[in-house]
Design a binder for this molecule. Structure first.
Ligand code: NDP
Length: 267
């Protein structure tokens, strides 16, 4: 019998995680079964228990359950604690909750795109689950400036406060953005609505990288705007998606898959 894993979400049929983990397992000649599980909006906890009863060894958690997963798990990693959200569950005698989104983003930016984060001016757009998942990992790389902007500024302030023990995050409203940044990360849900966040064209410094967590067949509205505004490079979130999956695979199976061929496959 092969080891069972799952991605739990609602909706979940779009998830590329089964394909990604099948590729990882193939690299090591291992057999795993990785399934999509649609949980009812009010039935996340029951869905997790049912998966454990089936003998699953772990699960990824996607929208809209990352906060609920955080509340469900007794043993949280420091990263998950800081994010207030869990995207990876490991089942053994108990249940471990981790958040691999931030490390996935940082590995994509530094290792795959070859862009340093240390000592750079970094601006994160958005203050939802995705933004919370990445701020801790960005802070660990010691950027010169770490700034956060959100339409609902108070929400951004709460997120900054939750990180105050590890990093100072400068909080802005969109109309107050005036200075340049080297790395601008779109962690809003704007691309899903085929919109772009209302950033001014002047925020892109010489050589800037504009990164959209969203991934799609064509460049997102934010990527198009950044390119026109003079960003030297633009990237979507496919690399992050594969890197966060690789970290989950490592947590479950103690082996680090090669990510480059899987990123190429998804493109
Ligand atoms: P949430 O619903 O938790 O948060 C949404 C955020 O987007 C809020 O800050 C909201 O601002 C902001 N927002 C929504 N629409 C707009 C708009 N038109 N202009 C400006 N801001 C807007 O979503 P998540 O944080 O969970 O997800 C955000 C994105 O990140 C999604 O596209 C998701 O697919 C992507 N993602 C990608 C991953 C990857 O591996 N590549 C991993 C995780 C997420 P306000 O509070 O003011 O309403």
């Amino acid at each position: 019998m092969s080891d069972l894993y799952a991605v739990i979400g609602n909706p979940v049929e779009h998830s590329k995680s089964p394909q990604i983990h099948a590729e990882f397992a193939r690299q090591f000649n291992e057999k795993i079964e990785y399934i999509r599980v649609l949980a009812p909006r009010d039935g996340f906890g029951e869905t997790v228990q049912a998966l454990r009863a089936r003998g699953a060894l772990g699960a990824n958690v996607t929208l809209p359950f990352k906060e609920e997963a955080y509340a469900l798990v007794a043993t949280l990693s420091p990263r998950a604690k800081l994010a207030g959200a869990v995207n990876t569950l490991k089942f053994d005698d108990g249940m471990l909750g981790e958040n691999t989104d931030g490390i996935g983003l940082v590995r994509d930016i530094e290792n795959n795109l070859g862009v340093a984060i240390a000592d750079r001016r970094v601006l994160v757009l958005g203050a939802g689950g995705a933004a919370r998942g990445i701020l801790g990992a960005l802070a660990e790389r010691q950027p010169r400036v770490l700034a956060l902007v959100n339409r609902d500024r108070e929400k951004a302030q709460r997120v900054a406060l939750a990180h105050a023990s590890v990093v100072h995050i400068a909080v802005f409203a969109y109309p107050d953005l005036h200075t340049e940044y080297d790395l601008i990360i779109n962690a809003t849900a704007s691309s899903i609505q085929r919109e772009r966040p209302p950033v001014p064209a002047t925020i892109f410094a010489n050589g800037a990288l504009a990164y959209d967590l969203m991934y799609a067949a064509e460049p997102t509205p934010f990527m198009q705007f950044a390119k026109e505004a003079g960003a030297a490079r633009v990237a979507d979130g496919v690399g992050m998606l594969v890197e966060q999956a690789a970290e989950s695979f490592f947590i479950w199976r103690g082996k680090r898959p090669r990510t480059a061929p899987v990123i190429a496959l998804l493109r």
